[in-house]
Ligand binder design. Structure first.
Ligand SMILES: Nc1ncnc2c1ncn2[C@@H]1O[C@H](COP(=O)(O)OP(=O)(O)OP(=O)(O)O)[C@@H](O)[C@H]1O
Ligand SMILES: [Mg+2]
Length: 208
């Protein structure tokens, strides 16, 4: 098996990298795929999420950590045994991010609804382009029907990058479930569950 590698990257802290990594992992697992998580962020938030999950007896995915430079070796091992490897990265864009980008089939770039996030997006997109990879920008904490939402969507549309059709709303259930080691899909049905379903389907289509 040679699994697909999805890296979540964005320089801006708090844009939703870990939230998206965790929810993609749960969404893909529920869709029947095998998933491994690889955390390269020394903050270790995805690892905390995974451990909270494990403490509750849920053992439905693999988890590993790697340094910025050890990521290729670790990822190769995980790829052999899983349909998807999801990489979470620290909130910075520098040479350390290159090894992760190099091994990615797709780079998800979350942009929370603020101009500051838009400013931060260009450096990661530059690096993705230099590594000849595909990026998919996902608007997170999106506030449909607001001025700031429109402005951010327009600013991203003006960049030469693929914007995901699916946006993720600003919903408490994302924060609540993240702290409990769960994905929103594990909290019944509603708007958050629908949008994660759609994002998972969109990513699977993109990865063929
Ligand atoms: N769509 C959303 N709706 C509501 N809260 C959200 C949403 N996305 C993220 N959050 C919350 O925002 C905070 C930051 O999210 P998260 O930790 O995923 O960002 P990050 O990009 O991984 O941050 P860091 O750069 O520090 O690693 C968390 O408390 C998370 O629960
Ligand atoms: Mg994070």
């Amino acid at each position: 098996m040679a699994g697909k590698v999805i890296t979540v990257a964005q320089q801006k802290g708090g844009a939703g990298k870990t939230t998206i990594a965790a929810n993609l992992a749960v969404g893909l697992t529920r869709a029947g795929a095998s998933v491994a998580l690889l955390d390269t962020d020394p903050q270790g938030s995805l690892g905390r999420w995974f451990m909270a999950r494990r403490d509750d007896g849920i053992e439905d995915m693999e988890f590993s950590t790697a340094s910025a430079w050890g990521v290729g070796y670790e990822c190769d091992k995980l790829k052999k045994a899983n349909d998807f490897v999801i990489l979470d990265t620290p909130p910075k864009v520098d040479a350390d991010l290159r090894p992760a980008l190099r091994i990615s089939d797709l780079v998800i770039v979350p942009v929370a609804t603020s101009q500051v996030d838009v400013w931060a997006v260009e450096s990661v997109l530059d690096l993705v382009e230099r590594e000849n990879r595909d990026a998919l920008v996902v608007l997170n904490r999106f506030k449909a029907g607001t001025r700031v939402g429109q402005d951010v969507a327009a600013a991203i549309a003006a960049l030469d990058v693929t914007l995901a059709e699916t946006t993720l709303g600003n919903r408490v259930v994302y924060a609540e479930t993240l702290g409990l080691g769960r994905g929103v899909q594990e909290r019944g049905r509603g708007a958050a569950q629908d949008e994660v379903d759609r994002l998972v389907a969109e990513i699977r289509r993109k990865l063929g």
